[in-house]
Design a protein around this ligand. Structure first.
Ligand code: GLN
Length: 246
């Protein structure tokens, strides 16, 4: 099997080590004997929707989002075509915001979005930051997805399905307990950093989504995730003492 991963705007959208997610996906696939090809696509590059099984976009400050947004909107129809055809996608924070309908920054500038997610984002006056834990039903486990968030934008879903429900933290907007968005096999989330290193259950879920388009239902042999799960649990216990152990 071969996984073809498209890393979009790696030099612009890479806050807090978001690109670590690409390394983790590659490693977890290679440990199962799955070949991985990563293509970096950026400003002005053509994107053939048929070439990729998985797209990744990291987060970025407003300025970098401003540089990427027009180009991303131009690539939007290709991205949508790929997602409609079953490709998987993960977008973090600034990348996630640009896949909604628009992002209005704190200076009042409106960056148009791709409209893949039925959602919009507007800057609030206080940044939403700190540790976060969410429950993602599709993972089929009580184990939460943990991470950290740092965003000025508040995202409101206008019909899009949330990725998960906030257990602790702010999520999309700090008010409605939703976190991220989901459309077909595309996932948007505010959880930053090498998110997938602390959440191997989410990493494998994404790999399965990405592989199934080409290979049908794929069983991934289990890996030894003792260390990853210990980190997941210790972060959860340290920052969420009142929520207990799962
Ligand atoms: N610039 C956006 C915001 O502050 C996204 C930042 C990020 O990716 N962390 O809302």
């Amino acid at each position: 099997m071969k996984l073809r991963l498209c890393h979009l705007y790696p030099e612009l959208l890479n806050l807090y080590g978001d690109r670590g997610n690409v390394l983790i996906l590659r490693r977890r696939a290679e440990w199962r004997g799955i070949e991985v090809e990563v293509t970096r696509i950026s400003l002005g590059d053509k994107l053939d929707p048929k070439d990729y099984d998985l797209f990744f976009l990291g987060g970025g400050p407003d300025q970098e989002q401003g540089v990427a947004s027009a180009d991303l909107v131009a690539k939007g129809p290709w991205l949508k075509e790929a997602v409609e055809a079953g490709a998987a996608l993960m977008a973090i924070c600034g990348g996630y915001q640009l896949l909604g309908e628009y992002y209005r920054t704190s200076t009042g500038e409106t960056l148009p979005g791709v409209g893949l997610f039925a959602a919009y984002t507007e800057a609030g006056n206080k940044r939403l930051k700190g540790n976060i834990a969410i429950q993602v039903e599709e993972l089929g486990t009580d184990r939460p997805v943990i991470g950290f968030e740092n965003h000025g934008g508040r995202t409101f879903l206008k019909g899009a399905r949330p990725l998960g429900r906030v257990i602790y933290g702010d999520g999309n907007n700090g008010t409605d307990q939703t976190e991220g968005a989901r459309y077909r096999n595309a996932i948007g989330t505010y959880l930053h950093g090498p998110l997938l290193s602390k959440n191997p259950h989410l990493a494998d879920y994404l790999l399965r989504l990405a592989l199934q388009r080409r290979y049908g239902e794929v069983e991934l042999p289990p890996l030894d995730d003792t260390l990853e799960l210990a980190v997941n649990q210790s972060v959860y216990q340290r920052f969420l003492p009142k929520k207990g152990k799962w």
